[in-house]
Design a protein around this ligand. Sequence first.
Ligand SMILES: [Zn+2]
Ligand SMILES: [Zn+2]
Length: 391
Amino acid sequence: MPPTDAFHRLPWQVDWFVPELEHRKYTKAYREPEDYAESVNLYFGDLHKHTRLSPCANVHPYNQTPAESYEHARDVMGCDFLAICDHAERITVEQWRESMALAEATTEPGRFVAWPSVEWATGLYGHRNIYFRHYDVPLLSGRELKTPPALWQHIRANNLPALTIPHHPARELAADLTRTDDELEPAYEIFSGWGNEEYYGAPMQDTDRSFTRNFAVDTLLRGFRMGFVGGGDGHPAPPADSGITGIYAKDLTLPSLWEALRQRRTIATTGAKIRVDFHVNGFPIGSVLRFNQHQVNELFPLQIGVAVQGTAPIECVEIVENGVTVHTKTKPRARLDQMAYQWFRPSGPTDGVKRIGSNANVSRFLYARVTQRDGHMAWTSPIWLDFYYDE
Ligand SMILES: [Zn+2]
Ligand SMILES: [Zn+2]
C-alpha cells in the first residue's frame, strides 16, 4: 500500500446525509467508493438512567420502574437504546438478576436495545458506570471493588465483557480522573442532567463547586484517550430528558453498540437528536492516527470534514484542537438546520509546539462542537493524532 494511503481514506457511509455535503464532500477521493471501509448508522439513546431501584436518600419519589423506563425511552422518546444504571451498592443480587432478565427480554435487535449496565460508586473515587456486552454478568459493586484499578483488575481477571465510563467528574463526588484505562474506559460523560463538563466556564456548566482539573478537556490534555457520551443521570426525570448519546454502529444490536462504544464512535448531545459527522483525512470519530517525523508531510494539511443535521437552526459549528477553538463556522442563510463543510488545517504552529529535529511534534486531538440557536449542543468524540519519533 502506498504510504499516502495510511493517512487518507474515504469516510464511512452513514444512513443520513446533508445534501450540501453530498456533492462537495471529500472531492479528493483517495479510493473508489466501493472501498468504503465501513457503513454505519447513527443510533441515539440515554446511557445513564436511574429507576425506582435507586432510592437516593428517597428524595425522588417519582422514579419509574425499569419496565416503565424502557417503555418511555422507546415509545415516547424514540430512543434506540437505554442503559439503566441503578446503584450497585443499593440493589440486591436478586434485583440484579431480575433487571438483567428484564433487559434481555426487552431487547429486540433492530428495534431497541436494553443495555445491561450498572452504576459503581464510592465516596473516595467517585462514580463510574459499567456497560456489559451481554446479560449473564455479575453485579459489580463499590462495596467489594473499592478503587477504579480494583474494578478494572477484576474485569480483566474474570474476562468480563465490561466497559466503564466516569460521570460528573468535575462536580462534587468527582470521579477520580488521575488515572483511567485506555482499553476499558473509552469515554467521558460530558453532559448529563447535572450540566456541561466540557471545560471550566462552558455554557450550562454544572456547578460553581467544580474541580477545574477534571473537565473533559483537562482530562484529554492529560493524554487520556476518551470519547464523549451523554446521559441523563435522571433520578426523578424520564429517560433521554437531558443528555443523550449517538453511537455510530453497524446495526442496532448490543454487540455492535458495545463494540462501537469501545472504539469511541460516539457523539454526545444535550438531549436533542443532533446528527454530527466528523472526519480527519477520512478517518472517523474515535480514530487514532500514529505518525512519525517522516510522515508529517503526508498527514498535513489535515482534511477536516464536518456534517450536521440539526433539530433547529444552527448557531455555529466549531473545531476544537487541544482544547482550543481553532475554527468557527456560522451559516446565515438557507436550510439553517443543516451544515456541511471541509476545512484544511496546516501542521502548525499550535500551542505548545515542540521541535524535534526539523519537524514539529504536532500531536493533537480534534473534535467538533455544535451549538443550535435553541441552546442545544452536541460534541463528537475526538480524533487523535499521535506523534512518535522514529529513531
Ligand atoms: Zn452517579
Ligand atoms: Zn447515576
